[in-house]
Design a protein around this ligand. Structure first.
Ligand code: URA
Length: 244
């Protein structure tokens, strides 16, 4: 990484402020003053600014409790995005949501700048499970539960992977769903095959990781290294198969 980028990321300064500090001679690399903003750093090199050691977290992983009305995108001309909600705290990161929730759905969205991590947890080959709480406009039936377990065929002929559907805790119209793939509007379309509409949809877990109930709508926090590891392990353990 370039020195000015490193200093900017480690301190939260803009690149131009970082460059000025470097040019003033405030920055040392391995104990020697370096005034070259474009100097390339190796991982093991020690950088200080005004004598203070600097370090950069390579990637960030943010758990967000998405409220209704917010879109799962990095930017949008009309609507507030998940990156608008978290991005002010990370002005120099190229954040994006690792997976989508519909505008009116709520709950767990992972926001990151780690493309390889996002690819792994979203890859259909890895089947990282995602858990949802659903409120239907009609009571849940045994027919629906059996069909989800077999793998629902959508109206357009798409045959989906088996999913787990069980009664929820908020009355006969509530349900819990665990999906192992991510098809556009998947849950709404699955229930639609059985004439049921989805009034509320909330994602409560990704992989083995539950949404932190303390966050509240619009709340977010970084994952701990252990939590990142937990999700990564889930995506490694999930076996690729013919469902692709
Ligand atoms: N399925 C849906 O229909 N919508 C979501 O937001 C997520 C899964």
């Amino acid at each position: 990484m370039r020195l000015d980028k490193f200093v900017a990321q480690a301190t939260g300064q803009s690149r131009s402020d970082a460059r000025k500090a470097i040019q003033k001679g405030l920055c040392c690399v391995n104990g020697i003053v370096c005034r070259k903003a474009d100097a390339q750093l190796d991982e093991q090199e020690a950088v200080t600014l005004g004598g203070r050691p600097l370090s950069v977290q390579q990637y960030v992983y943010i758990m967000l409790d998405k409220p209704k009305g917010v879109v799962s995108a990095s930017s949008d001309a009309r609507d507030v995005t998940v990156v608008d909600l978290v991005g002010k705290k990370y002005p120099r990161r190229s954040l994006f949501p690792a997976g989508r929730l519909d505008k009116q759905s709520t709950g767990f969205v992972l926001v990151t700048d780690d493309g390889a991590f996002a690819h792994d947890i979203l890859s259909p080959k890895h089947h990282v499970p995602k858990s949802y709480e659903v409120l239907l406009d009609t009571p849940l039936t045994q027919t629906m539960m059996d069909a989800f377990a077999q793998g629902v065929t959508l109206a357009d002929g798409t045959k989906l992977a088996p999913a787990q559907l069980s009664p929820g805790t908020a009355g006969p119209c509530s349900a819990s769903v665990i999906l192992h793939q991510g098809v556009y509007h998947q849950i709404k379309r699955m229930f639609g095959v059985y004439g049921a509409g989805v009034n509320e949809l909330r994602r409560t877990a990704i992989g083995g990781l539950e949404l932190d109930a303390a966050l509240g709508a619009g709340g977010f926090r970084e994952l701990t290294p252990q939590e990142v590891e937990k999700i990564t392990q889930q995506s490694l353990q999930a076996q690729p198969d013919s469902r692709g």
